[in-house]
Design a protein around this ligand. Structure first.
Ligand code: NAD
Length: 476
């Protein structure tokens, strides 16, 4: 036996793991690549398939397409142990695999609903590959990990069947399950290995059993980890019907977005009555029924998921002639928060024409380089339209931001962005921005030297003590 095999089998024994699965993961983006690397870490043999040949070539050389802490090391380890590969060729992966995940993007489409063209193309491709392959001992389990509207399980089944018909043999065996993903960019690996729950929706007992076996090391927390003590001892396995699984994902994201919009509404009231939202949310969050997370006031939510998922849930409601009043308000409050940044700047600078404004942090949140739905970009574009000269800084997302907003000057040092700026907006609360050298900042900026703290990340008293003007959100 090779050393690698010996090590793998020893690890498996240590983990009391059931036999490893051959897994295909289609879509090697934030979700697919993380899922593939984590499943390989658990001992499975994984091939990630993507239709972007350059991405696959780069992954084959262990070059990551995006910034995600710890991912490169995990991918490198999986590749070294021979458990993680990359390919552009779907058919052989489908034919070898016991389980195939669909993890392609589902961007916002017409009328806010999710665009399922990627999911559909992959499902068809899987059906075709199945029909062209040898007959199988066990049905293939096709698992939808992309965030998709209710009923997508049936849609995927239909397209699998159509793909198989196109391939000339519709007598193929497969099952479909829904396994929504809850990872957060920036802590994607941690969230995958130590999730709050794993949700699986399926109509067949066999599909649920297969998913339980696949995730057993996570459910029982039997894989090796450097965390001491382990953050979790066991993980709940939520099994349900496909429609409920699909709705759990949308409802969870919509709830979190609503929580942020709620606290922003309260923050705006704080400004009117002279209260401090930091104090208010701390006092609220200590109530276990409420919890302290997602109670940060500021410029609101963005990113690759919340905006499109809330839009998709509103579109689902309207499809059924249901007016989603609370979700509509969640979005309206969020849109207003972005405008409040401009209002605060106008109150301080009067006109924005010819004023230099630094945007500190461009990624939609810290620890990621993802700019999809980033509030910074929208704010930057609005400032430019109002005549301001905008200089953006981000520790990892700068280059990509430059391409998205070419009129924005992007620099790679926060103090370069602050030089001669009349105002600076903290748009992403990177740790290094929380620890900004305020004395240096004050010496670099031009009057009136305003800091609009879009994430309430700074200490107002310290900012003011340095000789800067401070405007937070909901802070009196
Ligand atoms: P992504 O854009 O980062 O990655 C998608 C990948 O799929 C890309 O690499 C693309 O090249 C590939 N792809 C598209 N069509 C393909 C096809 N026909 N065949 C093969 N590959 C194809 O997207 P993501 O952020 O990983 O999101 C994937 C899904 O997971 C979405 O539905 C999203 O809503 C959901 N989700 C995302 C997150 C997140 O934080 N990013 C969290 C939970 C759920």
């Amino acid at each position: 036996m090779l050393d690698v095999e010996l090590a793998a089998s020893r690890e498996r024994q240590e983990r009391h793991m059931t036999e490893p699965f051959d897994v295909g993961v289609v879509g090697a983006g934030y979700v697919g690549l993380t899922t593939g690397a984590c499943l390989a870490h658990l001992g499975h043999r994984v091939t990630c398939v993507d239709n972007d040949p350059q991405l696959v070539a780069e992954l084959g050389e262990c070059r990551m397409p995006f910034y995600e802490p710890g991912l490169e090391e995990l991918v490198a380890r999986g590749m070294r142990l021979g458990r993680l590969r990359f390919s552009t060729d779907l058919a052989p992966v489908v034919q070898e695999a016991g389980v195939v995940f669909i993890a392609v993007g589902t961007p916002q489409g017409n009328g806010g609903s999710a665009d399922l063209s990627g999911v559909g193309a992959v499902a068809r491709g899987i059906g075709r590959a199945l029909s062209e392959g040898e007959s199988r001992e066990r049905p293939l389990l096709v698992v939808n990990k992309s965030t998709v509207p209710v009923g997508s399980g049936d849609y995927v089944s239909m397209l699998l069947r159509e793909g198989a018909e196109e391939g000339g043999n519709d007598a193929v065996a497969y099952r479909v399950a829904s396994n929504p993903e809850f990872l957060r960019e920036g802590s994607a690996i941690y969230d995958s290995l130590f999730p709050d729950r794993i949700v699986v929706g399926a109509d067949s007992r066999e599909a649920l059993d297969t998913m339980r076996a696949l995730y057993e090391p996570v459910l029982e927390q039997g894989f090796p980890t450097e965390f001491d003590p382990r953050p979790k001892v066991a993980v709940p396995f939520v099994t349900t019907d496909p429609a409920s699984a699909e709705l759990i994902k949308y409802a969870a994201n919509a709830f979190l977005a609503t929580k942020i919009s709620f606290v922003n509404e309260v923050a705006n009231l704080c400004e009117l009555v002279g209260a401090d939202i930091k104090e208010v949310s701390a006092g609220m969050g200590l109530d276990e029924r409420i919890g302290s997370r997602f109670l940060g006031a500021g410029i609101g939510w963005g990113g690759s998921c919340f905006p499109k998922d809330v839009a998709a849930l509103r579109a689902i409601a309207r499809e059924y002639d249901y007016e989603p009043a609370l979700l509509d308000a969640t979005v309206a409050v969020n849109e207003r928060q972005r405008k409040r940044v401009l209002t605060k700047l106008q109150q301080e600078l009067h006109t924005l024409k010819g004023k230099r404004v630094a945007l500190l942090g461009l990624a939609f949140k810290p620890n990621t380089d993802d700019l999809r739905g980033a509030p910074s970009l929208e704010i930057g574009r609005s400032l430019i339209a109002l005549g301001a000269r905008v200089v953006g800084y981000d520790p990892v997302a700068g280059k990509a931001a430059r391409e998205l907003v070419p009129e924005m000057r992007v620099v790679f040092d926060p103090y370069e962005a602050l030089k001669e700026a009349h105002a600076a907006v903290v748009t992403t609360e990177w740790d290094e921005l929380r620890g900004l050298d305020l004395g240096l900042t004050a010496s670099l900026m031009s009057e009136p030297s305003v800091i609009v703290d879009g994430r309430n990340a700074l200490n107002p008293a310290s900012v003011r003590a340095a000789g800067l003007r401070y405007r937070g959100f909901g802070r009196g």
